[in-house]
Structure formats: structure tokens, C-alpha cells
Write a protein that binds this ligand. Structure first.
Ligand code: PEP
Length: 259
């Protein structure tokens, strides 16, 4: 059975003090969180990954980077390599976030390369795809998602489906307060899972975690997580405050324990 993953993407928020404060308070909650089927992940900014993983050492909280270079090493000023993340014992890394695609011209081919290099270093990618509002309005959602999947997984081997997490993030719902309805989200998630069934096999499709991202908050998380193909959330704004992050973890816990 798939876990529920509650992943907080902090984006370019929280400095050293706020990171320390959040992690220390999260430790207090994490020591009381005994539901292994609900996985907590936080993604602080690069400079604070080490302090976050030190403070959360031994706790059931995964740490994720927010991006990685597709290059091994060398003259790429400002970039961070997979081997550097691996030296920090990073477990996860977000790739292909729509903000990277929009502001840093990240392409599906680049996301594919990042997926491969992360996996080479034992870091699980959280690979984001999603359509823009114009694409949805033009009825292109399915075609866009399939084309992103084809690009990001071109000749990429999967053995179990556990090698990567996919996040469906409709661009029009990110940071806008506008959430996809559970029916819209479920439809996209079912399409994505079906793509893995057709292009890999039913076991991989059944095992792969597909997260929803786009204005998830304590008020709407339960109805989203109740959809059969939604395995958690990649959450920006509502994951920045410890209280609402914990609330969402608790909701996920209640939900999974009632199944
Ligand atoms: C995100 O950062 O991936 C995201 C979905 O942000 P928000 O929850 O704020 O919409």
C-alpha cells in the first residue's frame, strides 16, 4: 500500500533562524508521530539543508533539496550537484517545479537528466509536471501531461516505481489560492498512473507515488487525499507555518487510519 506523503516546499523562504525554529518545533511533533504510512518531508533552501537534517536526525522526517544541477561537476557557477547533495545525505530533491520551468527555462529533457543524476546518487526525485491555465482552457491538459511524462521519462528505466515521486502541480493553482477540485485533480492523477501502466507495467503504476500540489491547505487536504490516485501533497504556502503543516499531517494520519 502506498504511503501518504506530506511534503513542504519552502521555496525561497526562511533563513537560518526560522529554519532552526521550525525544525526544533517539528522534532517535538515528530516524536509523537508514529504513523509510518504518513511520510513527512520538508524542503528548505540550499544553505540550510545541513542544519535541518542535523536537527531532524533520527526523526521520521525526510529532507529534500529544491533543485539540482544536471551536470556532474565543473564550471557551473551557482549550481549544486547531486554528489554535493549526496554528501549531505539528502534523501529527496524536487525537480521540474513550474517556477524553475518558468523562470529558469527548465525543459523536460533537463528534468530527465536531473532525474537520472539524482538516482545515480541515491536521491529520490520529486518530479513536477502540470499544465498552465491557458493549456487547461484550451483543453490541452491531457496532451501536456503526457508530453511532459514522455520527455521526463524518455528511456528512463524503472524497476519498482519507488525510484521517483511524481507531483502533479497545475500551474494555475500554485500560490494562487485556487485549488484544482478533487475531481480535476483525480482525473489528472488517474491519467498519470495510467501512463505508467501503459509505458511500464501495472505493478510500477500501482507503486508510484503521485502527489498533488497547488494551494493545498488544512481546509482542503482531506478531500484531495480522499481521491484514490492522490498519494499526498507537495505544499508551498500552507507548509511554511508549523501549525498548519502539522495539521495536514494529522489529517492525513486520521484518513489513513480510517481506511
Ligand atoms: C508548490 O510550491 O509546489 C506549491 C504547490 O505551492 P502552494 O501550495 O503555495 O500553491
Amino acid at each position: 500500500m502506498r504511503q501518504i506523503i506530506i511534503a513542504g516546499n519552502w521555496k525561497m523562504n526562511k533563513g537560518l533562524f526560522e529554519t532552526e525554529q521550525f525544525c526544533k518545533e517539528l522534532v517535538q511533533f515528530a516524536t509523537t508521530h508514529h504513523e509510518e504510512r504518513v511520510r513527512m518531508i520538508i524542503a528548505p533552501a540550499f544553505p540550510f539543508l545541513k542544519i535541518a537534517s542535523t536537527l531532524l536526525l533520527g526523526q521520521p522526517v525526510g529532507i529534500s533539496a529544491q533543485d539540482v544541477s544536471s551536470h556532474e561537476d565543473g564550471a557551473f557557477t551557482g549550481e549544486i550537484s547531486a554528489s554535493m547533495l549526496s554528501s549531505l545525505e539528502m534523501q529527496f530533491c524536487i525537480i521540474g517545479h513550474s517556477e524553475r520551468r518558468q523562470y529558469h527555462q527548465e525543459s523536460d529533457t533537463g528534468v530527465r537528466d536531473k532525474q537520472l543524476i539524482l538516482r545515480e546518487y541515491g536521491i529520490k526525485p520529486i518530479l513536477c509536471i502540470g499544465e498552465t491555465l491557458a493549456q487547461r482552457d484550451a483543453g490541452e491538459t491531457s496532451a501536456v501531461l503526457i508530453s511532459q511524462l514522455e520527455g521526463c521519462f524518455k528511456d528512463v528505466p524503472l524497476e519498482s516505481g519507488e525510484e521517483v515521486i511524481v507531483a502533479y502541480e497545475p500551474v494555475w493553482a500554485i500560490g494562487t489560492g485556487r485549488t484544482a477540485s478533487p475531481a480535476q485533480a483525480q482525473e489528472a492523477h488517474a491519467l498519470i498512473r495510467n501512463w505508467f501502466e501503459e509505458n511500464y507495467n501495472p505493478e510500477i503504476a500501482a507503486a508510484i507515488h503521485i502527489l498533488y500540489g497547488g494551494s493545498v491547505k488544512p481546509d482542503n487536504i482531506v478531500e484531495l487525499l480522499s481521491c484514490p490516485d492522490i498519494d499526498g501533497g507537495l505544499i508551498g504556502g500552507a507548509a511554511l507555518k508549523l501549525e498548519s503543516y502539522v495539521q495536514m499531517v494529522q489529517s492525513a494520519t486520521k484518513l489513513i487510519q480510517s481506511r
